[in-house]
Design a binder for this molecule. Structure first.
Ligand SMILES: Nc1ncnc2c1ncn2[C@@H]1O[C@H](COP(=O)(O)OP(=O)(O)OP(=O)(O)O)[C@@H](O)[C@H]1O
Ligand SMILES: [Mg+2]
Length: 346
């Protein structure tokens, strides 16, 4: 079930070791990491290396259901427990008995439900809605989250006692951009898988040069995004263009991983905007959107000028440093009206 945990980075090696150690213990585990990093893969690997393999593996997404529905899904209900409960229904804790229950996006569970979950973890018992009888469950609870639960606790959104019950073993999966060396083996694994699925003769696969560029990219959607890009490459061909587009779109996504780690020039808000005249809140044209646009343009102008300056207006070098395509850079130079120093052409 599910793929093996692919990767050669020390992070992934460590995670594979942890999985081997923890799988037979059945200790409550929290798996954390950004979206698409492989939290579910790790949970599946815990299960398939545990003595519970062959028993149910049940997953429920705590963010996808409103509180009442999540409660009845988890604990089940008796006929007539609430309007619409025409049949008795077994909850996930009953269905997962003997096996594993993966609570996905646990950070989104409401506080009252967190209290009920804590009760199950403490006593091994739960009561279906509308029932008088407590049922026993032997379920290995694995939780996954892309929240910082410690932060949620500080903000009063997550119960500390529940956190300590769940977090006996913690497995954190770093984002792909912090372990680019995992990209080649992941590409290799999924290229083989998709080649089989897609069949056909003329499937293009990314060249070593393209893979090299993929290792420079920030992957905000992590392995899931990598999978989508690979499928696109293999179906549409033209890997070079697809990888260029990744970088071009990245530069438009402010808030994404910043490609400016080696640029130490501070830009303060007051450098960017004077909130006077047409930028003042009293002005007709004032809006958050307009100000944001101006600020973004200004930041881009500053940074691009700075890098062009540093590279002596060598635009292909500058594009590389900025991790945008050459074409995007030329477009931005003209759009942002960046003027070259005397003797250089725009
Ligand atoms: N190390 C890995 N080896 C092989 N496949 C991986 C790895 N990490 C992730 N994947 C694949 O990437 C996809 C996304 O992984 P998964 O669903 O486990 O992520 P997630 O962290 O649970 O994401 P979300 O937060 O969006 O639920 C899956 O198809 C999974 O098989
Ligand atoms: Mg998931």
């Amino acid at each position: 079930m599910g793929p093996p945990i692919i990767g050669v980075s020390k992070h992934i090696q460590h995670i594979r070791e942890l999985v081997d150690h923890v799988a037979h213990t059945g200790l409550n585990t929290v798996i954390s990491g950004e979206s698409g990093v492989g939290k579910e893969v790790v949970a599946q690997n815990l299960y398939s290396r545990s003595p519970r393999l062959g028993k149910p593996f049940i997953k429920i997404n705590c963010a996808a259901l409103p509180e009442g529905l999540l409660e009845s899904e988890l604990f089940g209900y008796e006929k007539g427990a609430f309007t619409g409960a025409e049949q008795k229904r077994r909850g996930k804790f009953q269905l997962a008995h003997g096996g594993v229950l993966l609570l996905d996006e646990i950070g989104d569970m409401s506080l009252p439900l967190q209290a009920k979950l804590l009760h199950v973890l403490q006593s091994g018992e739960f009561t279906p809605l509308g029932s008088e009888k407590e049922l026993r469950t032997d379920t290995w609870v694995i939780a996954a989250t892309n929240h910082d639960l410690k932060q949620d606790i500080a903000e009063g959104k997550f119960r500390e006692d529940l956190f300590y019950r769940l977090n006996i073993i913690k497995i954190h999966i770093p984002p792909l951009r912090e372990r680019p060396e995992d990209i080649p083996p992941l590409v290799d694994f999924y290229v083989k898988e998709y080649a089989e699925q897609l069949g056909g003769e003329n499937i293009e696969i990314p060249s070593p040069r393209v893979i090299d560029r993929m290792m420079q990219y920030g992957w905000p959607g992590n392995v899931r995004e990598l999978q989508n890009v690979l499928k696109r490459m293999m179906v549409l061909g033209n890997c070079d263009q697809i990888v260029n587009e990744l970088f071009a779109n990245q530069s438009e996504n402010i808030g994404g991983p910043a490609p400016v780690s080696d640029i130490k020039r501070p830009v303060s808000l007051s450098d960017l905007l004077d909130l006077e005249g047409e930028n003042s809140p009293e002005s007709e044209s004032f809006s958050l959107k307009a100000i944001k646009r101006k600020a973004v343009d200004q930041v881009e102008r500053e940074i691009i000028s700075y890098v062009l300056d540093k590279t002596d207006w060598n635009r292909s070098k500058a594009a590389k440093i900025l991790k945008i395509s050459y074409k995007t850079l030329l477009y931005k130079i003209s759009d942002l009206a960046i003027t070259p120093p005397p003797g250089k052409k725009r």
